[in-house]
Design a protein around this ligand. Structure first.
Ligand SMILES: *[C@@H]1O[C@H](CO)[C@@H](O)[C@H](O)[C@H]1NC(C)=O
Ligand SMILES: *[C@@H]1O[C@H](CO)[C@@H](O)[C@H](O)[C@H]1NC(C)=O
Ligand SMILES: *[C@@H]1O[C@H](CO)[C@@H](O)[C@H](O)[C@H]1NC(C)=O
Length: 350
C-alpha cells in the first residue's frame, strides 16, 4: 500500500516534470514566441501574438560612440532594398550602432535617392566576422536589444513597424535626386492635358512573378483583379474632380485589357522608351494618392507619396503559409484603406 503510494507520487511528479519540459520546448518552437503587443504611433499593433495586454515598445537610449558596426543583407529588387535599408537604419539607431550598407544595396539606391548611410568596403565585408541575426517582417521588442558589435541583419524586412517612429528621417533618406524630381514633375504635367488642379493617383499593379508565386509557392492566394481596381478607382473618381490615373506595371498588357480607360482619365506609363523601375517608382511617388495591389514596390511608393492609399487586403485564405511570414497589419499603415480580395478562385470547389 505504502510503496504504491510513493510510486504513484513519483510517477505523478515525473509526469508533471515531463509535461513542463515538453510545453516549454513546444513554446519555444511556436512561430511567434512572445506575447507582446507593440504600441507604435498610438496604434495597438498585435504583431507578436494574441495577448490582450498592451505594452508600449520600450525604446532604449542610443549608446554613443559604440564599437563595431552593423549591416544587412541585400536581397530582392528596389522595394525590398528600401525595406532592408530603412530597417537597418532604424534598428542600428535603436541599438546605438553605426550602420553600413552593402555595395549591392548602394548600387540599387544611390542612383535614385540621396541616401546617407556609408557603404561597406569589400575588405571590411570579407574580413569582419559577422554574426547573422534573422528578422521577421514586423517589429519585436527583442530587436531593441540585439547583442553583438558586428551584426548582419538577415531576412526581407519591409514593415512600417520598424521605422515609422522616425518617419521624417526615413523620408529624408529616400529624397530623390533633383533631376529625378524634375523629370517626374515634367512628365506628370505633360499628361494633365492642360487641366488645372489635377489630382494624380498612382496605380501600381504587381504582376510578373507574383502571379505564379501567390498561386504556387504560397498557395491559396490571389493577385489583384479587375474588380478590385474598379472599386479603388471609383473611390478616387467620386472624391476628386480632375483625377488622372498613372498606371505602372510589369504586366502592362494585362492592365490594358482589364482597366477601363474609356473615361479618358487613365494614363498607361511604361510604353515610353525611357521606362525603368526607378522611373516608374519616382512617377508613383510623385502622385498625390496611391492605389497599390501587393508587394514592397507599391508599399514604398505609397509611403513616399503620403496621400490616401488603397491596398488589396485579405488576398490569401487564412490557412496559407504566407501568413507565417507576413502580417497585413504590419505591412499596411492603419490609416490606409484595404479592399478585400475576391478569393473565389482559390476557394474549394463546391
Ligand atoms: C484643387 O483640388 C483639391 C482636391 O480636389 C481641392 O481640395 C481644392 O479646393 C482645389 N483647388 C482649387 C483652386 O480648385
Ligand atoms: C499633387 O501632385 C502634384 C505633382 O507632384 C503636385 O504638384 C501638387 O501640388 C499635388 N497636389 C496636392 C493638393 O498636394
Ligand atoms: C480581412 O479579414 C478579417 C478576418 O475575416 C476581417 O476582420 C478584416 O476586416 C478583413 N479586412 C478587410 C480590409 O476587409
Amino acid at each position: 500500500m505504502k510503496e504504491s503510494n510513493i510510486f504513484s507520487k513519483k510517477l505523478y511528479f515525473g509526469v508533471m516534470f515531463f509535461t513542463v519540459i515538453l510545453l516549454s520546448i513546444a513554446y519555444s518552437f511556436m512561430p511567434f514566441p512572445s506575447l507582446t503587443i507593440i504600441k507604435w504611433n498610438k496604434v495597438d499593433l498585435s504583431v507578436e501574438g494574441t495577448s490582450k495586454t498592451t505594452r508600449a515598445l520600450q525604446v532604449p537610449k542610443p549608446v554613443i560612440a559604440s564599437k563595431g558596426f552593423w549591416t544587412i543583407n541585400s536581397k530582392g529588387r528596389l522595394g525590398n532594398q528600401m525595406g532592408e535599408y530603412a530597417t537597418l537604419y532604424a534598428l542600428a539607431k535603436l541599438n546605438g550602432k553605426q550602420a553600413y550598407i552593402p555595395q549591392a544595396m548602394a548600387n540599387y539606391l544611390s542612383p535614385i535617392f540621396r541616401i546617407n548611410l556609408p557603404t561597406l568596403h569589400e575588405s571590411m565585408r570579407n574580413k569582419v566576422h559577422w554574426k547573422n541575426y534573422h528578422l521577421n517582417d514586423w517589429m519585436e521588442q527583442r530587436y531593441c536589444y540585439v547583442p553583438g558589435d558586428y551584426v548582419k541583419l538577415t531576412g526581407y524586412p519591409c514593415s512600417w513597424t520598424f521605422y515609422h517612429h522616425i518617419r521624417e528621417e526615413i523620408l529624408r533618406e529616400f529624397t530623390f535626386h533633383d533631376y529625378i524630381i524634375k523629370e517626374a514633375n515634367k512628365f506628370l504635367r505633360s499628361i494633365s492635358k492642360g487641366k488645372a488642379n489635377v489630382t494624380y493617383v498612382a496605380v501600381h499593379v504587381r504582376r510578373g512573378d507574383y502571379v505564379r508565386i501567390m498561386s504556387k509557392t504560397w498557395k491559396l492566394g490571389v493577385v489583384a483583379d479587375k474588380g478590385y481596381l474598379e472599386k479603388a478607382m471609383s473611390y478616387f473618381r467620386k472624391k476628386y474632380s480632375n483625377v488622372v490615373f498613372v498606371v505602372t506595371s510589369e504586366g502592362m498588357d494585362w492592365c490594358k485589357d482589364n482597366i477601363d480607360a474609356s473615361k479618358g482619365d487613365v494614363h498607361f506609363s511604361g510604353d515610353e522608351q525611357s521606362s525603368s523601375p526607378a522611373r516608374d517608382f519616382s512617377l508613383l511617388a510623385h502622385c498625390n494618392h496611391t492605389i497599390m495591389t501587393i508587394g514592397t514596390f507599391g508599399i514604398w511608393a505609397a509611403y513616399l507619396a503620403g496621400g490616401e492609399t488603397i491596398y488589396l487586403s485579405n488576398f490569401t485564405l487564412p490557412e496559407s503559409p504566407f501568413l507565417k511570414v507576413f502580417k497585413y497589419e504590419a505591412a499596411f499603415l492603419p490609416e490606409w484603406i484595404g479592399i478585400p480580395a475576391d478569393l473565389s478562385p482559390v476557394l474549394p470547389k463546391k
